[in-house]
Write a protein that binds this ligand. Structure first.
Ligand SMILES: [Zn+2]
Length: 166
């Protein structure tokens, strides 16, 4: 049985929806990170390669998100997160997700970009503005979301806590 489907979203444009019930911890999809965008291979708008489909990985690496993962919308109380396992990013369910529910990802995680977007995720604790910057989250939310960060982001930003002074 299919795991997901892409269709019109009440949040924004197209979204990715559960085609069946998903259990907490289940891997929903593997992200295709093969299209690296750099000086040698820039975005090609004539092929519908737009900067809003970019994602940002360790050491400044940029990739163009493919279908369906490029259609994942932001949720302030997201029901999924990304986890790198065996060198590939997997979209993992943070809780049980019912058939028909939209998968959402927190765009503030693993990012430190000078960009923001208006949010219409509709969750009770919607932050109104999506900062594509973990460090612009309120302090208590940063603490709460810390376990959801990718290991490379924790390392690059010294969030491991091993050498905290006082
Ligand atoms: Zn929101």
């Amino acid at each position: 049985m299919r795991t997901l489907k892409v269709s019109a979203s009440p949040i924004h444009g197209l979204g990715v929806f559960a085609a069946r019930a998903i259990a907490q911890g289940e891997e929903i999809l593997t992200v295709d990170d093969r299209r690296v965008v750099d000086a040698r291979s820039p975005l090609r708008p004539e092929l519908s390669e737009y900067d809003y489909y970019l994602d940002y990985l360790a050491k400044g690496k940029k990739v163009l998100l493919q279908n369906p993962e490029r259609h994942l919308n932001h949720g302030c109380e997201s029901n999924t997160c990304l986890r790198t396992r065996a060198g590939e990013r997997r979209l993992v369910a943070l809780r049980d997700i019912a058939a028909g529910e939209e998968f959402t990802l927190d765009y503030s995680l693993n990012r430190k970009l000078d960009k923001s977007l208006a949010c219409r995720c509709g969750s009770q604790r919607c932050r109104g503005t999506i900062f594509l910057d973990y460090f612009k989250l309120p302090a208590e939310l940063q603490k709460d979301r810390l376990p959801l960060l990718e290991a490379w982001f924790i390392e690059e930003h010294g969030l491991g806590g091993g050498t905290a002074a006082g």
